[in-house]
Design a binder for this molecule. Structure first.
Ligand SMILES: NC(=O)C1=CN([C@@H]2O[C@H](COP(=O)(O)OP(=O)(O)OC[C@H]3O[C@@H](n4cnc5c(N)ncnc54)[C@H](O)[C@@H]3O)[C@@H](O)[C@H]2O)[C@@H](O)CC1
Ligand SMILES: Nc1ncnc2c1ncn2[C@@H]1O[C@H](COP(=O)(O)OP(=O)(O)O)[C@@H](O)[C@H]1O
Length: 486
């Protein structure tokens, strides 16, 4: 598990160290590690000594770090050039650079091979427009890319895209969410001694082993009813393929049985692709969890199919994943009955679906919610989870799993290749599989199960993408290979 903290929390953790008069020592420690990162980058492209490294230097301590790092690089024979972006620079850092033989210039030299971005760090406030950055130059961001909000990952104005971000003391939430995660490139966390003062993380990310533990292989004495039986209420005359995608990904993730409930045409397609699925038109059977929604449509038939699944889950206190069409149909009454029955409920909207859902079901928080969902998906997922009292898995370039009052997880495994029709259906099948598998016990919390599915989905998406452009069926296929590469 990886943990990240808001920029504000990291600044708060720094204050006891600052109060103890250790501010300059902290900065030098950070800058030393930044310089090591820069040397490694330089080495991977060519010689260190004799190369020119420039730094864009802002007015605060982020600029101070960059100036100190340049002074250390100067000692390795690097031509170190500070380019101020404001009307002042950190005095002690500037003095260190000058003493080491570095210089100040008003523009990035033409022969610079690497640029340190030391303009803005956790002290950035509001939008910002970056100065021009030469095309193709390697960029190493100091603490976080300038233009990224350390608390949320929002990029409100311009941003300097980094190849590598060397971040100090703790991962910031802004480095693991949305535009900030994209801008940061590779992220290297370095210890500077503030770690004991950090409190609870703001968000966490599951790593491979955490996710694979949720999708563990069967025990030697398992039988099919112990490996999880999933009921699938998806597909319609109009959208039969969604049913196949949900079943394909669920089967590929390893379950004891998949039961399909839906119209004949969709059932035929499911059975053609997967004869092992038990198909019928109703919900009777041995399902231990249900997924409802992909390709369901919004007509009366869709409503009554959803209602039937909800009643089945309420009666048996079964876990339920609501996706796609079901998000536009489910009522507050159904959600509260599911909660009261003790069902695990996970909603899996993308941004647009979440905004509509909130508009329809919790108008009290709808004002400004669309802007919030865009700027701060973590806050939006948390607010919706809180208001609806269920787990919300908000899909996007970063997928956020939020529980009311619980831990928030963010997963970034998949790339934009996943933005293709039907991949959401595959994810719904995986989330439901995680719930069905654990319906026989286990101690993993619901948001973690949803995040494990997002990990598996994103990793399978990246695997599929390595073979070229793909459609959603390839994601379902890649799920098996992701799990076998344990
Ligand atoms: N938190 C920590 O433990 C440590 C922090 N350090 C560094 O200190 C940084 C924070 O330093 P500061 O608090 O000085 O903040 P920053 O250096 O991030 O930014 C503050 C400066 O930028 C200006 N500024 C803010 N928003 C702006 C905008 N939108 N447009 C133009 N100018 C803007 C402010 O007026 C101020 O001069 C961290 O990111 C990190 O690089 C390190 O020195 C080591 C330890
Ligand atoms: N830019 C992106 N980067 C990474 N993953 C993405 C991106 N865009 C979409 N995805 C992922 O692709 C899936 C799309 O799901 P969804 O929007 O429900 O599509 P559909 O309904 O067509 O299946 C989600 O898992 C989402 O997280």
């Amino acid at each position: 598990m990886i943990h990240a903290y808001t920029g504000d929390a990291v600044r708060a953790a720094e204050s006891p160290v600052l109060r103890a008069g250790q501010g300059e020592a902290l900065m030098r420690r950070a800058a030393w590690k930044l310089a090591i990162g820069v040397v490694r980058e330089l080495r991977s492209h060519g010689p260190v000594a004799g190369s020119t490294v420039a730094a864009l230097v802002g007015t605060g301590n982020n600029g101070g770090d960059a100036l100190w790092a340049l002074s250390f690089l100067r000692r390795r024979g690097v031509n170190a050039v500070a380019v101020p972006t404001g009307d002042r620079m950190h005095e002690v850092g500037l003095d260190a650079l000058r003493r080491a033989g570095g210089r100040v210039a008003d523009r990035i030299p033409d022969d610079a091979v690497l640029l340190i971005d030391g303009v803005l760090g956790t002290g950035a406030r509001g939008g910002w427009e970056p100065p021009p950055v030469p095309a193709g130059i390697t960029v190493v961001a100091c603490d976080l890319p300038s233009g990224v909000d350390a608390n949320t990952g929002e990029v409100a104005g311009g941003v300097i895209l980094a190849d590598l971000t060397v971040t100090f003391g703790a991962l910031k939430t802004g480095l693991v969410v949305g535009a900030g995660a994209h801008a940061a490139g590779r992220v290297e966390l370095v210890d500077i001694g503030i770690e004991p003062y950090l409190g609870e993380p703001d968000v966490s990310s599951l790593e491979r082993d955490d996710a694979l533990a949720v999708f563990a292989p069967p025990a030697w004495d398992d039988h099919k009813y112990r490996r999880g039986v999933l009921g699938v209420c998806a597909g319609s005359e109009q959208y039969p393929g969604a049913a196949v995608l949900v079943c394909s990904s669920a089967l590929a993730s390893g379950l004891g049985m998949v039961q399909y409930a839906g119209p004949q045409r969709a059932a035929n397609l499911v059975l053609t692709a997967h004869p092992e699925v038990v198909a019928g038109s109703g919900v009777e059977g041995k399902a231990q969890a249900w997924v409802a929604g992909p390709g369901l449509g919004s007509d009366e038939d869709a409503q009554s199919r959803l209602a039937e699944v909800v009643e089945t889950c309420v009666d048996g206190a079964l876990p339920l994943v609501l996706d796609a069409s079901a998000l536009g149909l489910v009522t507050l009454d159904q959600l509260s009955r599911l909660r009261n029955a003790g069902c695990e409920v996970v909603l899996t909207p993308h941004q647009g679906e979440l905004v509509k859902l909130v508009d329809r079901l919790v108008p009290d928080i709808a004002d400004g919610f669309a802007d919030l969902a865009k700027a701060d998906p973590v806050a939006a997922a948390r607010r919706a989870a809180e208001a609806l009292a269920v787990v919300v898995l908000l899909k996007g370039s970063t997928t956020v799993s939020a529980a009311p009052g619980g831990r928030t997880l963010v997963q970034n495994e998949g790339g934009a290749e996943l933005a293709t029709a039907g991949t959401g259906d595959c994810l719904a099948g995986l989330v439901a599989s995680a719930l069905a598998r654990s319906s026989q016990g286990g101690s993993v919390a619901t948001p973690e199960k949803a995040a494990a599915a997002a990990w598996l989905h994103g990793t399978a998406g990246s695997k599929a993408a390595s073979g070229g452009p793909f459609g959603a069926s390839s994601v379902a296929r890649a799920v098996r290979h992701t799990l076998t590469a344990r």
